[in-house]
Design a binder for this molecule. Structure first.
Ligand SMILES: [Fe+2]
Ligand SMILES: [Fe+2]
Length: 183
């Protein structure tokens, strides 16, 4: 447990959750890797940041996507079953799942959800997509919201001293990750 009372795996996820941004170093355009995510196949809520730029989106001309609030999905289908815009979230969640399967200790399912959904701001921050949620989403949502207070921007202006934190992080890596992570 860390000094904020969060479980150790939460700290690990805080350290790793954005590493999917390495995709930019491998040629993916920035718009496909970073930024907030949203659900495809249903109407775009105006809680999507800069949603005004979606007014010419080709999906608005697809009747099945627009005919009802849930679009092509059944109510309560579960957000992990809905197609979302690709981002570093999705990629890193896959990397982490595969890596953790080879590690000494399994992460809780919520760890992968935090990574996979941390950029889905219209959902966890603005209350959209409630009609797509299933029991799993309702259970994990408070954890994803709790994670937000640790995401984005510098939390402490004093940079950590590597010598003081190295041992703690190395122990986390050894517990939850194999020696080599495949990206
Ligand atoms: Fe991120
Ligand atoms: Fe982040």
């Amino acid at each position: 447990m860390c000094k904020n009372g969060e479980p150790d795996w939460f700290v690990l996820v805080g350290f790793l959750h954005d590493l999917g941004k390495v995709l930019c170093l491998f040629g993916l355009p920035q718009w496909a890797v970073v930024g907030d995510t949203f659900v495809l196949g249903c109407p775009f809520p105006d809680t999507i940041v800069f949603s005004e730029f979606l007014k010419d989106h080709a999906d608005l001309l697809v009747p099945e996507f627009q005919a009802r609030p849930t679009g092509i999905y059944e109510r309560g289908c579960g957000l992990r079953n809905a197609v979302r815009t690709f981002s570093h979230d999705d990629y890193m969640a896959r990397v982490l799942r595969e890596a953790n399967a080879q590690a000494p200790e399994r992460l809780p399912e919520a760890a992968f959800d935090v990574v996979e959904f941390h950029s889905l701001y219209p959902w966890h921050n603005a209350g959209s997509y409630r009609e797509l949620m299933d029991d799993h989403d309702r259970e994990v949502l408070p954890t994803i919201q709790r994670f937000q207070q640790y995401d984005l921007y510098t939390k402490d202006n004093r940079p950590p001293k590597l010598g003081e934190v190295r041992q703690y992080y190395d122990a986390l890596f050894q517990r939850y990750l194999p020696p080599i992570i495949r990206f």
